[in-house]
Design a binder for this molecule. Structure first.
Ligand code: FES
Length: 233
C-alpha cells in the first residue's frame, strides 16, 4: 500500500493511503476525542467533535472521515481546535435535557465524559431543549429521545451490524429526530432484543430495560447472584 508523508503536531510520520487523520493520530499515540465516530461503523462526520486544523484549509476538518494526503500538515490540539471542540460540546449540552443525576447511563455517558475531559461545565448559553416523553413500550428497550444527540450510531449499528433497518432520521433542522418507520413507537413488532443499538448509543437515549425485581415467597427482593433464596421454615 502506498505510503504517505504527514506532519502531525510538528512530528513527521508516515501513514497509508486511505487512512483517515483520526486513524493516523491514534497510531501515533495522539488522542482525538470523538462522539459520532465508532471504529466498527462507517464514519459520517456529523458531530464535529473530532475537528483538527489542516494547513491551507479555511475551515477545521473532521478527522474521523478526512483521509490523509501527501504532505498534509495537521494540528490536533491547537488553541483554535480546542476552542471549537469545547464550543461544540457546550452546544450539545445546551440542547441536552441535562438531568444526568437521574440517568442510568450517567457514569458511562460519552457526552458527559467528553464534557469533563474538555472541562466544559454548565452551558453558558440558553437554548431551546428537545423534550420527548420517555417511550417504554418495548419489552427490551427504553427510549428517551430528550437525551439523543443525533449521532446516528444506532441507525448505522442497526443497519450495518444487526443487519436490520429499524431506525432512521426523520423531520428537519431542530426537529430532527431518530424515528422508527413513520415515527411510531419501538415496540416488539419492530425490534427484537439484540442489544446492538443500546450498546452503541453514547448517551442515555437508548437503554436496556431493567429486569423487574423478583420477590421470594415472603415478598423479599431476590438479589441476582446471591445464591439460592433462604428456605422457609
Ligand atoms: S467524531 Fe468525527 S464528526 Fe463526530
Amino acid at each position: 500500500m502506498k505510503e504517505i508523508n504527514v506532519t502531525i503536531n510538528g512530528k513527521k510520520v508516515t501513514g497509508r493511503e486511505g487512512q483517515t487523520i483520526l486513524e493516523l493520530a491514534g497510531e501515533n499515540g495522539i488522542d482525538i476525542p470523538t462522539l459520532c465516530y465508532h471504529p466498527e461503523l462507517p464514519p459520517i462526520g456529523s458531530c464535529r467533535v473530532c475537528v483538527v486544523e489542516v494547513e491551507g484549509s479555511r475551515t477545521l476538518v473532521g478527522s474521523c472521515h478526512t483521509p490523509i494526503t501527501e504532505g498534509i500538515v495537521i494540528q490536533t490540539h491547537s488553541p483554535k481546535v480546542l476552542e471549537a471542540r469545547k464550543m461544540i460540546v457546550e452546544l450539545l449540552l445546551t440542547s441536552h435535557c441535562g438531568n444526568c443525576f437521574m440517568c442510568d447511563k450517567a457514569n458511562i455517558c460519552e457526552l458527559r465524559g467528553l464534557a469533563a475531559e474538555l472541562e466544559v461545565g454548565i452551558p453558558r448559553l440558553m437554548g431551546k431543549k428537545r423534550f420527548y416523553p420517555v417511550e417504554d413500550v418495548s419489552p427490551y428497550i427504553v427510549r428517551d429521545l430528550s437525551k439523543c444527540i443525533l449521532c446516528r450510531r444506532c441507525v448505522r449499528a442497526c443497519r450495518e451490524i444487526a443487519k436490520k433497518n429499524i431506525f432512521d432520521v426523520g423531520y428537519r433542522g431542530f426537529d430532527s429526530k431518530i424515528v422508527v418507520d413513520c415515527d411510531r413507537a419501538l415496540d416488539k413488532e419492530a425490534c427484537r432484543d439484540c442489544e446492538v443499538c443500546t450498546s452503541f448509543c453514547p448517551t442515555g437515549a437508548l437503554s436496556k430495560k431493567k429486569e423487574p425485581f423478583k420477590e421470594d415467597k415472603r415478598g423479599k427482593p431476590i438479589v441476582v447472584g446471591a445464591g439460592a433464596p433462604e428456605q422457609d421454615t
